[in-house]
Design a protein around this ligand. Structure first.
Ligand code: GUN
Ligand code: ZN
Length: 426
């Protein structure tokens, strides 16, 4: 049965960083989206449509958007979000590693996966790319929890064979054997996609990185996700560990871990050569602004990198990030763009949180866009969800002024509807 959702609609003809805002973004004040069989059938102006189908859901003036796509997060860190007072390496050792060790218990892993996905949905996030822990059962737990909710997700076993506690280390061989078994089991099963996941250069030996590079070569349709140039102390450590490498990216490049399906989190302090090579390779960079301010990492150069043609996505990076909300992440991206002198427009922020992230994950045919045949993974945003937001939005002259107060001040209360594969989830 076809369902028709009524509301305002915002969608895009293409990348606003390439086409400009006016040529890429389309606002329909009285819009309708027809969905059937878990897919979008049509998107358009309400008045142009044929008489309505059996079920009509009127969301009033809410803004209908694709569900948010959180392109980099760590579901095992949900329990330690908002932990005080540390920078990256100390934060990993003090908070993250002890919590990740608990995921040797498969039941705990499943409970945390369920909790994280429910929090994500409540915040309007319908697709996530998550790191798991070194335990293969933590990957099964996440994919099973996502499958139970019909969510399209990316995940992978985090690989670490040095500079981590003994109980969180794998080996060169087990990293490959376990990752291969997991990608054989999950990649392409239902809506699941696998990402080969070395945590970052400091926690893998060169041999482990190379072994994962060969695994990726054997399975080129999988993604590869890792961290790159997040914090200056980390970069100095990488230089000590790899005196022969030209730069941080080179530690991945020489291992066969730079490619078009590579997804690099953070990428704040990049050298010109790294930007050149990322651009040539077509690899994606994921901006994690609440994490970058929370852990004190630095200012991502979103516009500069996007204008080099590098795919840019947006993410929460929970629990280094301090919020499950992609709205809050857009607000932080705006604040970072102010500090970096490269101010981002609301159209660019929303695009990064939806289609931009989906493109980085090579999933834009399925999620992140309002186009016929896309999955019906949708949200409705109430643009007057609190008195403070409502009084500001009431003065808006156009859609951008109407939506910006929700970007800057909105949270899960702004998410008035969530559909995953056409089923209402919130
Ligand atoms: N670098 C390596 N591991 C991590 C992690 O878990 N979070 C963040 N923010 N950076 C990392
Ligand atoms: Zn991360």
């Amino acid at each position: 049965m076809t369902t028709r959702l009524l509301g305002q609609i915002l969608h895009y003809h293409g990348n606003p960083f390439e086409l400009g805002i006016d040529a890429s973004a389309i606002h329909i004040a009285r819009g309708a989206i027809d969905i059937d069989g878990g897919r979008i059938i049509s998107v358009g102006a309400r008045d142009d449509l044929t008489p309505g189908p059996a079920e009509v859901i009127d969301m009033g003036d809410a803004l209908l958007l694709p569900g948010f796509v959180d392109a980099h997060m760590h579901y095992p860190q949900t329990g330690i979000i908002a932990s005080w007072g540390k920078r990256l390496i100390d934060w990993l050792n003090s908070y993250t590693f002890p919590e990740e060790a608990r995921f040797s218990d498969a039941a705990y892993a499943r409970a945390q996966a369920d909790l994280t996905l429910d929090l994500a949905l409540a915040h309007g996030t319908t697709t996530l790319a998550s790191y798991c822990t070194i335990h293969p059962a933590s990957v099964d737990a996440f994919f099973e929890a996502a499958e139970a909710r019909a969510m399209a997700v990316v995940a992978g076993k985090t690989c670490m064979d040095r500079n981590a506690p003994e109980n969180l280390r794998d080996t060169i061989e087990s990293a490959v054997t376990d990752s291969k078994a997991l990608l054989d089991r999950w990649h392409g099963r239902g809506r699941a996609r696998y990402a080969i996941t070395p945590r970052f250069t400091p926690t893998s030996t060169p041999e482990q990185l190379r072994a994962l590079g060969s695994l990726w070569q054997d399975h080129p349709d999988c993604l590869m996700q890792t961290h790159l140039s997040e914090q200056v102390d980390e970069i100095a450590w990488v230089r000590e560990l790899y005196p022969e490498a030209r730069d941080y990216l080179d530690t991945y490049e020489r291992a066969g871990l730079l490619g078009g399906r590579g997804v690099f989190g953070h990428a704040i302090h990049l050298e010109p050569r790294e930007i050149e090579r990322l651009s040539e390779a077509g690899a994606a960079l994921i901006h994690c602004p609440t994490s970058n301010t929370f852990i004190g990492s630095g200012l991502f150069q979103a516009r500069r990198l996007a204008e080099r043609g590098i795919p840019i996505g947006l993410a929460t990076d929970t629990g280094g990030g301090s919020s499950f909300s992609m709205l809050r992440s857009m607000a932080a991206a705006y604040e970072v763009s102010q500090l970096a002198g490269q101010i981002l427009h609301p159209a660019e922020l929303i695009w990064m949180a939806t289609e931009g992230s989906a493109r980085c994950l090579h999933m834009s045919e399925e999620v992140g866009m309002l186009t016929p045949d896309s999955a019906a993974d949708l949200i409705a945003l109430d643009l007057a969800s609190t008195p403070a937001i409502a009084q500001r939005a009431a003065r808006a002259d156009d859609i951008w002024q109407a939506v910006f107060p929700t970007i800057m001040m909105g949270d899960d209360r702004a998410v008035s509807g969530v559909w995953v594969a056409g089923e209402r989830r919130a």
